[in-house]
Ligand binder design. Structure first.
Ligand SMILES: [Fe+2]
Length: 437
């Protein structure tokens, strides 16, 4: 944390959130070891830890080695240059207070906006408290309840490594805590990874979507490696590598719109379950109450709906412009690795939508104020308007595909309805511009 605070400034911040600095007392080493010992001995859990494994794990914690990758099973994961460790004793009082404030603010919003299962999961992992969780203890708790473990990383990691971790039931977590009173940040921190994600592991459908993205990565990379064996040139190899990474990008959109920013219908109401939403008290309210974003009902068991997620581009730098509301968690269970790979491959062939569009065939819950027409991005590009990256990326990609001769009659076959055709004048303008450059 770059800013330094005096004790009286910290006290003032704490008071603004109904806290006292006296509440923010991190456990010392001996207290952490006692808590860990008790946790490891528990047998009333789904995945009890064998005594020999528990002994080794405890010995590691007692040696004062910082937490890196969970070691409660034979599985592990190589994080390469992203390897990192949690040095619990090095967190400042301001960092612990930042966690405490986030938890207090989350509590104010969660009970009104989060789905039932999230609230139960939060109880199970005791994601509360006024100090940053000790990863040794948290890792043991998560493993005992879900079979997942933590892997500590230094920053946002590439999609390939992220999903490799998932295929082995490791969840990558960072070790830094957001600045005091910062509500939304685009890079993950402990607030996002732990206060946002960890409680969602207990939702079976979400855990299965996470794991299946890991398996989808394994399928894509197995296919990539087969293709690489046949490649005749370096150029061909580079294209195959780019092909696999592009597929993971589109698979990652399904993850984004579900695990990160998903909503679900529950008892006739829209509720949050996405970790990106729930780790931001501001976005928790915005996602359900604000008239700004659109909300679209999705049945993930239907191919057209799944494809809708894979072909939708977004930005990570601001609150979402469209939220997808899952019909139910049961329907989310249908996201097998095979279907994720199928949707990513189809997305590769298709023009894409921006996050500001309502698409033909959408089951619209509400149209957001920020919505744009489907062809608006092309006209605005032609007019030289300043467009955000999402609109620019989509417009140029789509025009390149359409100008190259996209078969509109057959190409859109897996969508519910084809979008309106792009006006020929725009396609010609794009072709001419391309020819001249
Ligand atoms: Fe996340």
């Amino acid at each position: 944390m770059s800013a330094t605070f005096t004790e009286s400034q910290l006290s003032e911040i704490a008071a603004r959130h109904g806290l006292s600095l006296r509440d923010v007392v991190p456990p010392d080493f001996a207290q952490r070891i006692v808590a860990l010992k008790e946790q490891l001995a528990r047998t009333d859990v789904r995945f009890p830890i064998p005594p020999e494994t528990a002994e080794k794990y405890l010995a590691l914690a007692e040696s004062a080695a910082p937490f890196g990758v969970g070691s409660l099973t034979d599985e592990s994961v190589d994080l390469g240059p992203y390897e990192n460790f949690q040095h619990f004793d090095q967190y400042s009082l301001a960092e612990h207070l930042s966690w405490a404030c986030l938890i207090v603010e989350q509590q104010k919003t969660k009970h009104r906006y989060a789905c039932r299962e999230y609230l139960e999961g939060e109880q199970l992992f005791a994601i509360r408290g006024t100090t940053i969780p000790d990863y040794y203890l948290l890792n043991a708790r998560i493993y005992q309840a879900t079979g997942w473990q933590l892997a500590t990383v230094s920053e946002i990691i590439p999609a390939e490594l992220f999903f490799t971790c998932h295929s082995r039931r490791f969840f990558p977590v960072t070790t830094f805590m957001r600045a005091l009173e910062q509500d939304y940040l685009q890079e993950p921190d402990i607030g996002h990874d732990v206060a946002g994600h960890v409680a969602t592991f207990t939702i079976p459908a979400v855990a299965s979507v996470m794991r299946n993205h890991g398996k989808a990565r394994d399928m894509v990379y197995a296919e990539r490696d087969e293709k690489l064996k046949q490649a005749q040139s370096e150029d061909e190899k580079a294209k195959i590598i780019a092909w696999a990474d592009e597929l993971l990008l589109y698979a990652g959109r399904i993850y984004w719109f579900t695990v990160e920013f998903g909503l679900v219908m529950q008892d006739g109401e829209v509720r949050d379950f996405g970790a990106g939403i729930l780790s931001s008290p501001g976005e928790t309210i915005f996602s359900i109450d604000s008239p700004e974003p659109s909300r679209v009902l999705i049945d993930p068991a239907k191919d057209a709906d799944l494809l809708r997620l894979a072909v939708t581009d977004y930005l990570i730098s601001e609150f979402q412009k469209t939220y997808f509301v899952m019909k139910s968690f049961d329907r989310l269970e249908s996201l097998t690795p095979e279907r994720i790979v199928w949707a990513a491959k189809r997305a590769m062939e298709l023009p894409h939508y921006t996050w500001r569009e309502i698409v033909p065939g959408d089951q619209v819950i509400n149209v957001g104020r920020g919505v744009t027409g489907i062809n608006e991005k092309y006209f605005r590009l032609q007019a030289g308007d300043q467009l955000d990256e999402c609109l620019t990326r989509c417009a140029t990609r789509n025009l390149n595909i359409i100008a190259a001769g996209f078969d509109e009659a057959n190409g859109y076959r897996d969508l519910k309805l084809p979008p309106p055709p792009v006006p020929p004048s725009i396609v010609n303008w794009w072709k001419n511009r391309h020819d001249r450059s």
